[in-house]
Design a protein around this ligand. Structure first.
Ligand code: ATP
Ligand code: MG
Length: 611
């Protein structure tokens, strides 16, 4: 049907050129009837043509190709793009179509060239001629942009503020299609908060969206106040991207935003507001650098950061907490104060999975619990070597196996797995037990970094991370607090940064990870009430346990090349296709309670040191 339409239209055009542009047609000058290239429109000095329409307009809404149509399920809105604007129009470009009193805000989802005249250009002779010398002009073709309406922007009567509602009107034929140049309109159109945690600037295909405002860029903020429920960090965040795509760079830039004197959060049952404490598990020793300025920041950056309320510069309240491990030494990547601690074996009493490695069977696991229970009933000092002596002897073995409490093969399996020279280097080392320094770690306004890179054994690294995770989660979930250390955890808003999160929150793990994960999921659910925000970082989002994954409200997607990872993120199709092409700094933000799904560009500079 369309072909026939085009042919009949083109047939008309053969003998006569007949473009109707109301109120401007008399100003149109054509040297020759079919010399489209010479089409010019006279403008007045302000870049406006006589009917008051700025020549910024990309083109007009047309009915010449398809009917204009809007339904509950979708819309068919076609625009004709004029030759001079064709270069600028891209898939994903945001546009505005005015009604007079209100505007349609839309996104271009399809672009198309159609022939202006019936010419068969799919021929050998034509293509050869064109290869020698291409004489095609833009005006030989119609360039069409199909619009996907996002919403209608309007000012509710008497309110004097801009608002948005579902697109329930159809644009009038021949209305101009404008680029969006009004910052307020684009923020309202995409439902982006005007203040909060700075994340980056709105972009389309890696190009920043520019408006007529000063500065022209459109900042993207994450809601960080109580105007519409709780600050979104307490509904958790995930940054994912393949290795080397800038996860750490971005995370530093984001986490730094939470560290300002006036950023304070409420805690349950208290009127007082407190600064958050950032606790960062740092497998590559990069976050202690939050203590240092980025020496590359120029005066120009400084000016721009201030204009858009971007927090930047060193956080002098950064401390590095170093687990003392026999045979390992931490040198440090920043001048931040280092505080040594050790994990007392007593902690294993409540957290048996700390010494139960991944891959233990359910039966072995139950056995370990039983052995630990009995061991901790004994009076005196409880240590890892004490526990080993307790289980690794014939008397005990006989007692448990003969009484049928633990099966013979399980018993031997347990001993084999728990007996690990690495574990002997972790517990009860000559440093202060972590349980005694909770008040030093969980302090409002402080960044507490836990590096693990200096430890060569990965099982030890995991023990440290898991200890911290369970210390936070257990104390946050406690209903009655007896010690000041517990209170420090419970009564400080905590943002827990967990790099390589898939390692600790993996689905399909053994019994030990299941227990940790279910506790973590509980804590995540309570996050808002208890003031616990999870900030997870991973290159394998598909490996994160579903119960946790579902709790994460804000998902930031950097370049991902793995199909399984991409499909886990379940982004809209139009954004999904872009994921493998995202450049450094470019990301897709999916945060349904904050804004529509958008693409943004993060800062091209790290606001603190990152080397
Ligand atoms: N937005 C950006 N603009 C400019 N450079 C960037 C940007 N993001 C990251 N980089 C640079 O890219 C490199 C890799 O960044 P980063 O260390 O953050 O990646 P990553 O995803 O954390 O990698 P890994 O998988 O090793 O943890 C660094 O040199 C960093 O400075
Ligand atoms: Mg990294």
């Amino acid at each position: 049907m369309r072909d026939k339409d085009i042919l009949s239209f083109a047939g008309d055009m053969d003998d006569e050129l007949d473009i109707e542009i109301p109120a401007t047609d008399e100003k149109m000058s054509t040297k020759e009837e079919d010399d489209f290239e010479e089409l010019t429109f006279e403008n007045d000095s302000k870049g406006q043509n006589p009917n008051g329409v700025s020549d910024d307009a990309f083109g007009i809404i047309t009915t010449g190709i398809d009917p204009l149509e809007i339904t509950e399920a979708g819309a068919r809105i076609t625009g004709y793009i004029t030759t001079s604007h064709r270069q600028k129009v891209r898939l994903g470009t945001y546009v505005m179509v005015p009604y007079g009193d209100e505007d349609l805000f839309a996104r271009i989802w399809k672009l198309q060239y159609l022939q202006e005249y019936a010419v068969d250009d799919a021929t050998e002779i034509h293509s050869r001629r064109m290869l020698q010398s291409n004489t095609t002009d833009e005006v030989d073709y119609k360039f069409l942009a199909y619009l996907d309406p996002i919403c209608i922007l309007y000012e509710p009567r008497g309110k004097g503020i801009l608002d948005r509602r579902m697109s329930d009107r159809i644009p009038r034929p021949n209305t101009p299609i404008f680029p969006v140049t009004d910052k307020k309109k684009i923020q309202t159109g995409l439902n982006i908060p005007e203040e909060g945690i700075f994340m980056g600037h709105l972009s389309v295909g890696g190009e920043l969206v520019k408006t007529h405002a000063v500065p022209p860029t459109v900042p993207y903020y994450l809601r960080n106040d109580y105007s519409m429920g709780d600050p979104l960090i307490f509904r958790h965040m995930l940054v994912c991207g393949s290795t080397g795509t800038g996860k750490t760079f971005l995370t530093k830039n984001l986490l730094r935003q939470f560290m300002s004197e006036n950023n304070r959060y409420k805690l349950r049952g208290s009127e007082e507001r407190r600064n958050p404490c950032l606790v960062i598990m740092d497998p590559q020793d990069e976050y202690s650098q939050l203590f240092e300025d980025n020496p590359e920041i120029t005066d120009d950056d400084d000016f721009k950061f201030r204009a858009e309320k971007v927090n930047f510069g060193a956080c002098k309240n950064t401390k590095t907490f170093v687990a003392k491990i026999n045979g390992e030494a931490y040198t440090g990547r920043s001048r931040a104060e280092q505080i040594e601690f050790t994990i007392p074996f007593e902690m294993v009493k409540e957290n048996s999975w700390l010494i139960a490695p991944v891959g233990m069977t359910e039966l072995q696991y139950v056995g370990v619990d039983l052995l630990l229970e009995d061991y901790f009933k004994k009076t005196g000092q409880h240590t890892y070597s004490g526990f080993m002596d307790f289980i690794d002897n014939e008397d005990s073995r006989g007692k448990y196996v003969d009484s049928g409490k633990i099966h013979e093969s399980s018993y031997d399996g347990i001993v084999r797995r728990v007996k690990n020279r690495a574990l002997a280097r972790v517990f009860d080392q000559p440093a202060r037990p972590i349980s005694e320094i909770l008040e030093q770690i969980f302090k409002p306004g402080q960044i507490s970094v836990f590096p693990t890179e200096y430890i060569t054994n990965s099982r030890i690294r995991d023990i440290i991370t898991l200890t911290l995770m369970s210390t936070i989660v257990d104390n946050k979930l406690k209903t009655s607090i007896t010690e000041s250390g517990e209170a420090a955890v419970k009564e400080t808003p905590i943002i827990l940064g967990l790099d390589e999160a898939h390692r600790y929150l993996a689905k399909a793990g053994g019994e030990h990870s299941r227990r940790l994960i279910s506790k973590f999921a509980d804590a995540a659910r309570q996050g808002r009430k208890e003031g616990l925000g999870l900030f997870l970082i991973t290159q394998d989002p598909q490996d994160i346990d579903d119960t946790i994954f579902k709790q994460i409200n804000t998902r930031i997607i950097l370049n991902l090349s793995n199909d399984a990872a991409i499909s886990t993120m379940k982004v809209k199709k139009e954004f999904e296709k872009r994921i493998p092409y995202l450049k450094k700094g470019q990301m897709i933000v999916q945060s349904p309670d904050n804004s529509d799904m958008v693409e943004i560009m993060g800062l091209s500079r790290c606001v603190v040191k990152h080397v």
